[in-house]
Design a binder for this molecule. Sequence first.
Ligand code: AMP
Ligand code: GLY
Length: 421
Amino acid sequence: MNVLLIGSGGREHALFWKLSQSTQLGSIRVFPGNGGFAPESIALGIDLKNFETIRSYVKQNKIDLVVVGPEQPLVDGITDALSRDCLVFGPTAFCAQLEGSKDFSKAFMKRHGIPTADAVTFTDSNAAIEYLRTRKLPIVVKADGLAAGKGVTVATSYEDAETAVRDAIDKKIFGTSGQSVLIEDFLEGQEASVFAICDGQRALPMIAAQDHKRVFDNDQGPNTGGMGAYAPVPFMNADVMRQVQTEVLDRVMAGMQKEGHPYRGLLYAGLMVHNGSVRVVEFNCRFGDPETQGLLRLLDEDLLELCKLSASGNLPERQIHFKQEAVICIVLAAEGYPGEVRKNIPIPDLKIIDSLGDIIMFHAGTALTPGGVVSTGGRVLNLTATGRDLLEARKLAYSALERVHVPGLFYRKDIGQKGIP
Ligand code: AMP
Ligand code: GLY
């Protein structure tokens, strides 16, 4: 099969690595890619805002399957645009609203009995503030639309909540994404991410992972796109996973079918687990970043086959196999992230990593220039390490990071700590 992969992050570098191992693979190209990809593997002539350019690429290059990494093209309808020409791994625009609109997502959950926090949507800042004053603290303020992981404020004072409302609705700091805001009750508990590969009828979950959303150690500082992840997650035991299957994944599948839009592709359930009971914090319509970089290292299956069966509506009725090991992924970010960051930080040759053990460094915000690889964004590199257990994987990852110091980048020192008893 000839594959076109869409995206440019660490997630896509990991997807490319895993898809490339398939015995069914003919060729694979990525667009736009990053500095971790060989130049000859980058697709040319594509404009992600113009799906006709992708259709032409697909026809000219006899692409059989398009795997879509990021949410924006899915929300914009890339799957609807391409599905007459080839298989597409990723949901339609209707289904992608589960991520693209928090208001849609909340109403969908209510319609189909999926456990989640109560929330009310507002387009008027005064009405939102009046309402939030009637709720208990902490209180959560969420921009309705896509905001690159930055549209959510967990406020511990009414003043902070009001500022978040005014920033979104009146000051429009998230543009049109913040025209509506949700005021949502706070959920206590521990967070976990469950990714399910879906074919319209069936949702096959991967093992759970835990992301680290705050920028600094001990969950301090602002939210980011994710500073690290690990798997497996001890509290996501068989009982909890059964609940995730029956109360969350199966209900999304049945609900979307009932509404005439079967969900295919990856469904990401961001969950809060408290005393063994599960609630949905958010849905995403694509693989999570950086959880994917870790999970794919443990996936004991042909990912290309799974993507193909998902896109064609033919997943088997069985579990997805994972190695009985642990994995950790640590994000190296540019100083200043998630605010303004310095760009063009030189990334040295990291080959030494290969000799240190079961480690793979995926690239995220990097680009190959005539002068070498440089940083282009906030999250720059993702170091992944596996081990018999999380303690071993963690030790390996952090000892490697002591050897590959990159000036200008920083990382959290406590990734995975919560997963070790
Ligand atoms: P979201 O983009 O909806 O996943 O929110 C980003 C982060 O904000 C989540 O990963 C949680 O850490 C936090 N968060 C969002 N909603 C809630 C909630 N209702 N209760 C507690 N924390 C939340
Ligand atoms: N890891 C968080 C996300 O991908 O949205």
